[in-house]
Design a protein around this ligand. Structure first.
Ligand SMILES: Nc1nc2c(c(=O)[nH]1)N[C@H]1C(S)=C(S)[C@@H](COP(=O)(O)OP(=O)(O)OC[C@H]3O[C@@H](n4cnc5c(N)ncnc54)[C@H](O)[C@@H]3O)O[C@H]1N2
Ligand code: MOO
Ligand SMILES: [Mg+2]
Length: 428
């Protein structure tokens, strides 16, 4: 991969300011920076759920392969329908799904037909049996005006015609897609190899769950939120644990991570404190642009590359504060990893909701507030902020079901104003 330098990418971004980069510019920068995996593997379709399709899938057959009935009833020729009075037709045979009518249907005859059965040649209309009556002489009676030519007929190729693209490369395969692939008779599909993502927490104060909590320490929660968010993206996870705020330990961890992974995510040590070595070590081993993104939470953020050119990994040095980790993941890392994995990244759904309270907001940065979305009595969505918004307060994140996005240029919000909300369900 021929990777341009970070400075070159940065210079392409208009009005680039490393001290207060607007979120949209940071996203653009990252989109230019990330390479896409190239290796492709062939997988049985069930194993491909959640994986990224690596080639367009073109249908080799018509689906369905024949015109067939959409209802249980009688198949007939539309031209035989009387306009005045009932239509009376003798029955020439029966067709079931998988057991077609074998002989030709004579003119002015109908056949008994079940849903999914092939419509015999020459017939074009299906009348549901509940609209008909069977006369003692064996003829079927269809009242006038209840049937029209072409009713209840599913046409050959109406789902997918031979030669049509069923799915495009970059598709993250969903349950309906597995069904669609199966309906084409495909047992396997080509998908990109899974993206490998290494992650670790940095900080002398961090203890892992299961360890005693020493004086002045906190449990490492970032590896759990990251694990959760990454798991939902379907990437291969390499959990490298907690790394102490020591340059040698960090050097060793970064080198190992860059060898093993396509992307490395760390939390902590990217600010200006005395133990904030992460950024410096990243710069020593790779190329780093340290931004103060104009956002809250998540202002300090180190993005770059690490390792040798031919085996370099993309680096996301996230701030240590637990909510900043999640917000920066949603704002930048999610889409970047999807793009690296070969996925066609779809814009996230944004809802407009009525803010239940006034919100203080300074123009000139993007703010993300944790909120609860509920349907309001007037049919509009309502959003209420979930308590303290400090970037170390995980509880208000856990209580929320979405992030209120207060945009770069936006100022204070009054109670009753409409705000944009990113529902968590769409996020990861
Ligand atoms: N003088 C300045 N100080 C700070 C600034 C600044 O601009 N100037 N920015 C603040 C902001 S905003 C953030 S966010 C943090 C980012 O700090 P670091 O990335 O250096 O992270 P740490 O200092 O290592 O930790 C910050 C905070 O988060 C806790 N933490 C860290 N890792 C974890 C973890 N895995 N699990 C749970 N909690 C974690 C850590 O104990 C600290 O309390 O800097 C501000 N300071
Ligand atoms: O980015 Mo920091 O999270 O505002 O505290
Ligand atoms: Mg710090």
């Amino acid at each position: 991969m021929n990777a341009p330098s970070l400075e070159l990418i940065a210079s392409c971004i208009t009005g680039y300011d490393p001290n207060a980069l607007p979120v949209a510019q940071a996203q653009e920068f990252i989109a230019r920076l990330v390479p896409k995996v190239e290796a492709v593997e062939q997988l049985p379709i069930r194993s491909a759920l959640g994986r990224v399709l690596a080639r367009d899938v073109i249908s080799a057959i018509d689906v369905p392969s024949h015109d067939n009935a959409a209802m249980d009833g009688y198949a007939l020729r539309g031209m035989d329908l009387e306009t005045e009075g009932p239509t009376l037709l003798p029955v020439a045979g029966a067709g079931l799904a998988g057991q077609p009518v074998v002989s030709a249907v004579p003119p002015a005859f109908c056949v008994r037909i079940m849903t999914g059965a092939v419509i015999p040649d020459g017939l074009d209309t299906v009348v549901p049996q509940e609209f008909t009556s069977l006369l003692p002489d064996g003829r079927v009676s269809i009242p006038a005006g209840i049937a029209r030519t072409g009713d209840n007929r599913r046409l050959r190729g109406e789902d997918l015609a031979r030669g049509e693209a069923a799915l495009h490369s970059g598709r993250v395969l969903r349950p309906a897609d597995l069904g669609l692939l199966a309906s084409l008779g495909l047992a396997e599909v080509p998908v990109y190899r899974r993206l490998r993502v290494a992650f670790f927490s940095t900080g002398d104060e961090l203890r892992s769950v299961g360890e005693p909590l020493d004086e002045g320490c906190v449990y490492d929660s970032n590896r759990y939120t990251l694990w959760g968010m990454l798991s939902r993206l379907g990437v291969e996870l390499i959990d490298m644990g907690v790394v102490r705020d020591e340059p040698d330990a960090l050097r060793e961890a970064f080198s190992r991570a860059a060898e093993a992974a396509d992307a490395v995510i760390t939390s902590g040590g990217v600010s200006v404190g005395e133990a904030d070595h992460t950024k410096r070590i990243m710069a020593e081993l790779g190329e780093v642009l340290f931004w103060r993104v104009a956002m809250r939470p998540g202002r300090p953020l180190a993005i770059g590359r690490i390792g040798r050119a031919e085996r370099s990994a993309i680096l996301f040095g996230l701030p240590g504060n637990p909510v900043a980790v999640m917000v920066t993941f949603y704002a930048f890392v999610r889409n970047a990893l999807l793009a690296m994995a070969g996925a066609a990244v779809e814009p996230l759904p944004v809802l407009q909701a009525v803010s239940a309270s006034a919100l203080r907001k300074k123009p000139g940065r993007t703010e993300y507030q944790r909120g609860t979305l509920r349907p309001g009595a007037d049919g509009r969505w309502q959003v209420e902020i979930t308590g303290s918004q400090g970037s170390g307060i995980l509880r208000s994140m856990s209580q929320a079901n979405g992030l209120v996005v207060l945009h770069h240029g936006q100022g204070n919000v009054a109670a009753g104003d409409l705000v944009d909300v990113l529902p968590f369900d769409g996020l990861v």
